[in-house]
Write a protein that binds this ligand. Sequence first.
Ligand code: FES
Length: 123
Amino acid sequence: MYSEKVMEHFRNPRNVGEVKKPDGIGEVGNPVCGDMMRITIKVKDDKIKDIKFKTLGCGAAIATSSMITELAIGKPLKEAEKISRQDIADALDGLPAQKMHCSVLAADGLREAIADYRSKIKK
Ligand code: FES
């Protein structure tokens, strides 16, 4: 049911934890199942310098969280916030249709962390 890449990221998730003194924090819950994710970012020169996640959720939520950290690291904020749930699923060689909703957490979590960062620098 799951691709080898999903299983690999589920077994060995990348960038788990929390960055020190985060510049932006995103916390989101999945309305479908109630699972939760927290993403923290460090920003330098308008790029994502570091990113870590903590996810309380299913295997697909963990794999998609792990994958978004790899897709986002080093990217300019403008590009990182455009990463869609479909981009994440594609990078994982697909997700089963009934698990696509799990990728919402990662995509929304990152966007929220970037929005949090932007709201802080405006102050
Ligand atoms: Fe909740 Fe997958 S079942 S995120």
